[in-house]
Design a protein around this ligand. Structure first.
Ligand code: NI
Length: 267
């Protein structure tokens, strides 16, 4: 990849918009050529269920280890398998823009990725949530996500939708999808979807959202899969003296431990 060829920037107005609203949409962050190249890696990772044994491939919307059709498969940390993903135009532009939007020096901002696939016709919704709800309750992160679709992202295929300014409040109460702690995906009921702003973008475009911004994407009702490659970038975080109360994290850890010990008993 010729990563230095395509340099994307944001204006001061766009930085101010992000800081005020908690999200930003841009029509392009990488080249069509790179999107095509990324699709090859992406499809290989999902077809081979890369990292499943290590818990890096699973269905975000279904209980761990289920054997039905996966409606929202996810790959964590694809850069471990393909380190060249860190050398892409996408990664470099995303890191530079993330630093700018977070108001941090670029050398202080690091990150990595995950990939979420919405299969054609039956890709599940990603319910309303804040990313920080998934994270270590003992730290206050300074983070954002960059969301790159490899296929056109429309309302019908599952583009991201945001609640403007929701990043200025607290992390809301979350629960696991279907109230099943073996489902990794979280949902909050503390949201008014009528305030949502949808951000349809072409393949190769990007949206940015702060780690507290409420976001959602609809089920994929189109005949085209919707592949998304997300990078999370963080500046230095703050340690909290009193950790936040997020019992859904402990519930999941306990449920997973139980599942593992049951599996061990069977062996
Ligand atoms: Ni999210």
């Amino acid at each position: 990849m010729n990563s230095n060829d395509f340099h994307v920037d944001v204006t001061d107005e766009q930085v101010a918009f992000f800081q005020d609203n908690g999200y930003l949409s841009i029509p392009r962050i990488t080249t069509d050529d790179e999107v095509e190249w990324l699709k090859g890696i992406y499809d290989k990772l999902f077809n081979e269920r890369t990292g499943e044994e290590q818990g890096r491939y699973f269905d975000l919307a279904g209980p761990r280890a289920h054997t039905d059709r996966e409606t929202l498969p996810q790959v964590l940390g694809p850069e471990a398998q393909f380190p060249e993903l860190r050398e892409t135009t996408y990664f470099k532009n995303a890191q530079r823009l993330a630093a700018k939007l977070l108001g941090e020096k670029q050398e202080k901002v690091g990150g990595g990725g995950h990939m979420i696939l919405k299969p054609a016709h039956y890709g599940n919704e990603t319910p309303w949530h804040q990313d920080e709800a998934y994270w270590n309750p003992a730290v206050l992160p300074h983070s954002l996500s960059v969301w790159l679709p490899l296929d056109k992202a429309t309302l019908e295929s599952g583009c991201l939708q945001f609640i403007p300014k929701s990043h200025k409040g607290d992390v809301r109460w979350h629960r696991h999808i279907n109230n099943d702690p073996l489902v990794h995906g979280l949902i909050t009921d503390d949201v008014d979807p009528s305030e949502a702003v949808a951000c349809p973008i072409p393949a190769g475009g990007a949206t940015f959202h702060h780690c507290r911004t409420l976001h959602y994407s609809a089920p994929n009702s189109t005949p085209q899969e919707r592949r998304a490659y997300i990078l999370v970038f963080s500046g230095p975080h703050q340690k909290l003296e009193t950790p936040a109360h997020r019992p859904w994290i402990t519930e999941e850890q306990e449920a997973l431990a139980k599942l593992k010990s049951l599996a061990a008993d069977r062996e």
